[in-house]
Design a protein around this ligand. Sequence first.
Ligand code: SF4
Ligand code: SF4
Length: 170
Amino acid sequence: MDMERLVQARALLEDVTPLRSDCGRLCGGACCQGERGDAHGMLLFPGEAALYVSAAWAQVTPLPYALGGAPALLLTCDGACPRAQRPLACRLFPLFCRMRETGMDIVLDPRARGVCPLFLYGLQGLSQDFVQAARAAYSLLMQDDEGRAFLQGLSDACSLGVTRPARGAR
Ligand code: SF4
Ligand code: SF4
């Protein structure tokens, strides 16, 4: 993916969060707290792995399947990161881009069910600044061939229930 576009998409979500207040105080940062030793983590967007080559707090692991025609990569962490370096999946959580024939729908991520207490309240329960920023970021990613293919692959995989849970968002 075009790196400038990727960085722009990340920047759109730099200063917005699912709630105006720190939602992590509601749940103890549930989306950052996988069980130790598990393989949960965040799927990286195409090209994003290059940003973590020298990040001591993150580990990037290939997964045994492809998304959008490229090998899927998982970033795992120990539940803490430099905020400015958090990956797109964390910035977007608990939102998800479902691909339709007519375009994209921004919905709550089905993988957030049972993890994120905000799931119960629907899109209306989230900060609308956050929802708008996520929509803008997804639109930007959709303008990129690799980004669009990845999002289509992710949407297809989630509808079949084959991707691993995502973590991370605050
Ligand atoms: S996004 Fe959801 S799970 Fe993550 S910190 Fe906020 S409320 Fe908790
Ligand atoms: S925001 Fe993402 S990368 Fe950062 S600690 Fe949470 S899960 Fe890990």
